[in-house]
Design a protein around this ligand. Structure first.
Ligand code: FDP
Length: 341
């Protein structure tokens, strides 16, 4: 009998156990982050369960219509938002919430306030919901100095000030990828236990990659460096093999594959969308934080993504993220363009 394998199978590292272990390395910690995370995890479990029943829900009524009980069916993204907002407020550990679904930030009632701000997209990749393709939740966490005196500036901070970031992917399995600032770990939901178990410890993105991921339908409107980079992926001049293209169109799924297999994910600016499409606070920052923590890079076309200082909560930015060498190449192409301008 393989005793080592048996030990791994029976000594389960749940996400709570993992965060408690981390916490014990900070003697000043009072467990607030562990409590916050357990509420985020609850939201992810709820959404995972709702997403897996999304096809069945059609049997009893389409979103926006009434079901057999005469109740209006909530759209999955609206429902997910409500669940996360309520879970985060009831944790008693949050003071400001910024959600992709809500135009304004939510300031938590002083009686329930804690020291964390959470920025999140409760259900990212919503155009993929109805065809059962992988979608996800993305989140980032900031800490305030004084919870009794908070303004929106607490969340209009560069991504490098985030305390933690992560995403949960609702795919063939439900996977939560988390960084609290010392590496990246992946946890898979064991549906029979209802627990996220550490399955991908210390994720490191390969330094180089063979996959590029971009919506090529926008190519006619791209800028010079993006066009040159993608051209090089397809027709390399150095005798290397062309790269493979993979594009799901769900940021969580495309970034997850990039993190595990290496390569690059691009959502550049184009003539129609000079700021790109993806949102800084709850898409670009959390994914850039994870990429850097895994040894990769994230670049906006002008600067390191995590150095960007947002001025609006729903601000957008172009983004190039992934393997260190691939992003380095994009940076070189932008620098060359600047030098010839
Ligand atoms: P979606 O519009 O389906 O919600 O920002 C949302 C997002 O998906 C990302 O998840 C995804 O990477 C991107 O938009 C896809 O955009 P395109 O359809 O323009 O490629």
């Amino acid at each position: 009998m393989d005793h080592e394998a048996e030990t791994h199978r029976t000594d389960l590292m749940t996400i709570t156990r993992y965060v408690l272990n981390e916490q014990s390395r900070h003697p000043e910690s009072r467990g607030d982050f562990t409590i916050l995370l357990s509420h985020i995890v609850l939201g992810c479990k709820f959404v995972c369960s709702a997403v897996s029943k999304a096809g069945l829900a059609k049997l009893i009524g389409l979103a926006g219509e009434t079901n057999v009980q005469g109740e209006e069916q909530k759209k999955l993204d609206v429902l997910s938002n409500e669940v996360f907002v309520k879970a985060l407020i009831s944790s008693g550990r949050t003071c400001i919430l910024v959600s992709e679904e809500d135009e304004e930030a939510t300031f938590v009632d002083p009686s329930l306030r804690g020291k964390y701000c959470v920025v999140f997209d409760p259900l990212d990749g919503s155009s993929n919901i109805d065809c059962g393709v992988s979608i996800g939740t993305i989140f980032g966490v900031y800490m305030v100095k004084d919870k009794d005196n908070v303004t929106l500036d607490e969340v209009l901070q560069p991504g490098k000030n985030m305390l933690a970031a992560g995403y949960c992917m609702y795919g063939s399995s439900c996977t939560l990828v988390l960084s609290t600032g010392s590496g990246v770990n992946g946890f898979t939901l064991d549906p029979s236990l209802g627990e996220f178990i550490l399955t991908h410890p210390d994720i490191k993105i390969p330094k180089k990659g063979k996959i590029y991921s971009v919506n090529e339908g926008n190519a006619k409107n791209w800028d010079g460096p993006t066009t040159k980079y993608v051209e090089k992926c397809k027709y390399p001049k150095d005798g290397a093999s062309p790269k493979s293209l993979r594009y799901i169109g769900s940021m969580v799924a495309d970034v997850h594959r990039t993190l595990l297999y290496g390569g690059i994910f691009l959502y550049p600016a184009d003539k129609k969308s000079p700021n790109g499409k993806l949102r800084v606070l709850y898409e670009v920052f959390p994914m850039s934080f994870l990429m850097e923590q895994a040894g990769g890079q994230a670049f906006t076309g002008k600067q390191r993504a995590l150095d960007l200082v947002p001025t609006k909560i729903h601000q957008r930015s172009p983004i190039f993220l992934g393997s260190y060498d691939e992003v380095e190449e994009i940076k070189g192409l932008y620098a060359a363009e600047e030098n010839t301008a």
